[in-house]
Design a protein around this ligand. Structure first.
Ligand code: NAD
Ligand code: GLY
Length: 370
């Protein structure tokens, strides 16, 4: 273990795994994986942006530890998180005669991670997989907890599986090459944890904003660790989003956000940006229904704006948003359930909310039409 490495555990009985967080951890990948993996075959799934930056280093490191490697490079973009490109992963695994003891390693952001995890869940009815997340969003959220899947043209993440990795290895140095807009999108999911779980963390994000936006190592490490710790605790309590469980709370702002992503064709806004707008709408809904203190929307909006995130949605007709939201995975018996805030630092999943209030929450945060 490296000196400055932090480790957390996602406690899921025999499927428990470690999240390793630190600078320079890519250099420890092969030795860390040696005792964890039963086979020698490792397919590294990455994309056309991340592979030129990190693939050589990862391949060499794995080969030095006795693994054989197969790079599978996907085109870069949320629009490729689809059935066609999942199939290209299977094509290459089958062509290379990959076996049951093989491992798929996701090297990239949430798109690569979600697709690799789903491929691992399905290939030969399940092979091992490892997450090496390289975006802030993937490091604080998508690489942890085993939600895997792809998009459908009619809705986001509608096809997938719960499937846990064997290891999440977060090398914080990879953030050095991440574009600023992507850093900010990742910060939206970090702010989400403060909003739904931890008011002290929310206050920390308010107070430390200048240092965080300068990407200073210390606060960045702190926020990755705190985010992963919250996610690990929630997933440990409720792996599969049970009806009365805590995991659904992690979807704060996501039903609105997924509708925004679907309507904009997955191209105009980044996932984290759509979630930022969605969290403002969720706060608006909560405040209008007097479920949280007055001022919650203003404080939420202010922090998101301070981190350079968007807080209003493209001006599609509200009916289009409601239609897209009706396809959300949390719809139960035809009824929409949404995560509402009870205050900064606490959230609940509620059904049976008045449709007029949901409509108003959207309308209040649409961009003005030209
Ligand atoms: P992404 O995977 O598209 O990555 C963002 C961009 O950054 C891409 O262009 C990528 O090529 C590039 N990139 C990645 N690492 C880089 C690096 N180190 N340097 C330079 N460029 C780099 O997007 P994302 O924000 O990481 O993930 C969003 C996806 O994650 C969405 O599909 C979302 O649905 C999913 N998600 C899943 C979960 C989950 O629990 N499984 C949670 C949240 C989000
Ligand atoms: N990002 C939501 C979840 O992992 O449950």
């Amino acid at each position: 273990m490296k000196q400055d490495q932090q480790t957390l555990t996602v406690a899921l009985g025999s499927r428990s795994y470690t999240i390793a967080i630190g600078s320079g951890l890519l250099e420890t990948l092969g030795t860390t994986l040696q005792p964890l993996l039963p086979g020698r075959q490792v397919a590294i799934v990455s994309n056309s942006t991340v592979a030129p930056l990190y693939l050589d280093r990862v391949e060499k490191n794995l080969q030095d530890s006795g693994f054989t490697t197969l790079p599978i490079i996907l085109p870069d973009g949320e629009i490729y998180k689809d059935w066609t490109h999942l199939q290209t992963i299977f094509d290459q695994l089958i062509a290379a005669r990959y076996e049951r003891k093989a491992t798929l390693l996701a090297l990239g952001g949430g798109v690569v991670g979600d697709m690799t995890g789903y491929a691992a869940a399905s290939f030969l009815r399940g092979v091992n997989y490892v997450q090496v997340p390289t975006t802030l969003l993937a490091q604080v959220d998508s690489s942890v907890g085993g939600k895997t899947g792809i998009n459908h043209p009619l809705g986001k993440n509608l096809i997938g599986a719960f499937y846990q990795p064997k290891l999440v290895l977060i090398d914080t140095d990879t953030l050095a090459t991440l574009p600023e807009r992507q850093q900010r999108a990742g910060l939206a999911e970090v702010i989400k944890y403060g909003l739904l779980w931890d008011s002290d963390f929310f206050a920390y994000l308010e107070a430390q904003r200048p240092a965080i936006l300068r990407l200073e190592q210390e606060p960045l490490n702190q926020l990755i660790q705190r985010s992963c710790a919250i996610k690990a605790a929630i997933v440990g309590n409720d792996e599969r989003e049970a009806e009365q469980g805590q995991r659904a709370l992690l979807n704060l702002g996501h039903t609105f956000g997924h509708a925004i992503e679907t309507l904009t064709g997955y191209e105009q806004l980044l996932h984290g940006e759509a979630v930022a707008i969605g969290m403002v709408m969720a706060a608006e809904l909560s405040e209008q229904l007097q479920l949280c203190p007055v001022g919650t929307v203003a404080r939420t909006r202010q922090l998101l704006l301070a981190y350079g995130l968007p807080v209003s949605a493209p001006a599609f007709p509200v009916e289009h948003y409601l239609e897209a939201m009706a396809r959300d995975k949390k719809v139960q018996d035809g009824t929409l359930r949404l995560v509402i805030l009870t205050r900064i630092g606490s959230a609940e999943l509620r059904g049976g909310l008045p449709m007029e209030a949901i409509r108003q929450a959207i309308v209040c945060h649409l961009q003005p039409q030209d």
